[in-house]
Design a protein around this ligand. Structure first.
Ligand SMILES: NCCCC[C@H](NC(=O)[C@@H](N)CCCCN)C(=O)O
Length: 424
């Protein structure tokens, strides 16, 4: 069609955002769903805590493998084909995870989920860049994260709103997750048609880079970039595996009910859903990004020891974790764009996600093994303490690197992290 219009109507961009975000909702729901059957896996199927950790490790191993070539694939076949393909892989993963009580099959399901989810997140980030570049990209990414984390919130509360399904055992719970996981495919298909329809009528922006890896020039990144990457690795490795073990830990070590355990996990997510976009807007105005990451790292430091030794309400450490989980991601991901030049941004994000997933894989496994070795269970709640110390040590390493980042960024070679948006 000739005479394509240059300006895409605002409503169309937001419709595309919702379609894209549905896929993330489905993917986040499935990622977290196994945490709520972990206790059944241990008590009914005889799985160990190490096996529970492996559910997350398998996801991350697949993510590391697929991230090596997904950028090239997305470049070659485009965002709409990639969204449908990776969305379909995610949806398939839900059913593979649910249909058998065999550990190997369940782990294969988790592997397939990682293989679909992480490139799906890359493809949707690239798609959003095409629609929102030069408009409200930061805010759009914030809303996307809000909807995606909505998936985590819904699964955290699922043992309340879907209690009748929980009463039937772990398998219907996983089939429910698989049903919601169909949103990955559905959202991908809806997005496919929106993008195709729009491209016939409007000039849709071109995202400049996908998150593919190019190891050439890896060592040319500044120290600040590596400080952010290490913070990303330590921070997410202290959050995602903890959330995986948390429902079982809250019940075993603090004697709360299954519903209360889900509620505690959901408070964490609910806080981040709304705080993350707000903090994003605030940081655009005041800058101080390195300082915020430093503050976020201080806040999370005592949390695991409070879980291990504290007698206070569990809402206190959960709230502190929620503040940190809002602050650091809201600031960390956009900060990379200040440190790394635009032509290398895709590689930088891919590298960051890849190292993040290596950290998550290792920690999920390590915590599971540690819990097993120290005999963590409802009859031996002290067995969870060594795992909490490992999380704390990780938090300390994160704090160290956020300090180094702040020091570098307040020096003469800073990249403008401490300045408001637009003043770089
Ligand atoms: N544009 C990148 C935003 C990443 C947000 C981040 N998600 C991840 O890091 C994913 N690689 C892992 C998601 C695992 C499932 N919840 C986030 O903070 O959620």
């Amino acid at each position: 069609m000739h005479n394509k219009q240059v300006t895409i109507p605002g409503w169309l961009r937001w419709v595309a955002l919702v379609a894209v975000s549905l896929t993330m909702f489905g993917s986040y729901y499935m990622y977290d769903s196994v945490a709520y059957v972990a206790k059944d896996f241990i008590e009914l199927l005889g799985f160990s805590q190490t096996n529970i950790g492996q559910l997350y490790t398998m996801y991350s191993i697949a993510a590391v493998i697929v991230l090596f070539f997904s950028g090239v694939f997305i470049d070659k076949y485009g965002t709409r084909v990639s969204m449908v393909l990776f969305g379909a892989i995610c949806s398939l993963a839900g059913f593979v995870t649910a249909f058998s009580d065999n550990l190997t099959i369940i782990l294969i399901g988790r592997f397939i989920l990682g293989f679909g989810s992480e490139p799906l997140i890359v493809a949707l980030t690239v798609a959003l860049a095409k629609w929102f570049k030069g408009k409200e990209l930061g805010f759009a990414l914030g809303i996307n994260l809000l909807i995606g984390r909505g998936g985590s919130y819904f699964v955290d509360r699922s043992n309340t709103w879907a209690s009748s399904i929980y009463d039937q055992g772990w398998q219907p719970v996983l089939y429910l997750a698989a049903g919601i996981g169909l949103l990955c495919f559905l959202g991908g298909v809806i997005y496919y048609f929106i993008e195709r329809w729009t491209q016939k009528r409007y000039v849709l922006g071109k995202a400049e880079e996908t998150e593919k890896l190019d190891f050439k020039g890896l060592f040319k990144y500044s120290p600040s970039f590596w400080y952010v990457v290490i913070l990303c690795l330590t921070f997410y490795s202290a959050i995602f595996p903890f959330r995986g073990f948390a429902p079982t830990f809250y019940q075993d070590a603090h004697g709360v009910s299954e519903q209360m355990a889900g509620k505690l996990n959901s408070v964490l997510i609910m806080a981040t859903m709304f705080a993350t976009p707000v903090i994003g807007l605030l940081i655009d105005k005041i800058g101080r990004r390195a300082l915020m990451m430093f503050i976020g790292s201080i806040i999370i430091l005592p949390v695991y020891l409070m879980f291990a030794y504290g007698n206070m309400s569990l809402y206190i450490p959960v709230t502190l974790m929620g503040i940190s989980f809002s602050l650091i991601p809201a600031v960390m991901w956009p900060s990379v764009a200040y440190i790394v030049e635009e032509s290398k941004l895709g590689t930088a994000y891919a590298l960051m996600t890849l190292l993040q997933q290596i950290g998550v894989a290792a920690m999920a496994w390590l915590i599971g093994v540690t819990n097993d070795v120290s005999g963590a269970s409802a009859t031996n709640p002290e067995g969870y303490i060594p795992g909490m110390w490992i999380f704390s040590i990780l938090g300390f390493v994160g704090l160290l690197f956020s300090f180094l980042l702040r020091r570098a960024e307040t020096g003469p070679k800073g990249h403008g992290l401490e300045e408001p948006s637009g003043s770089k």
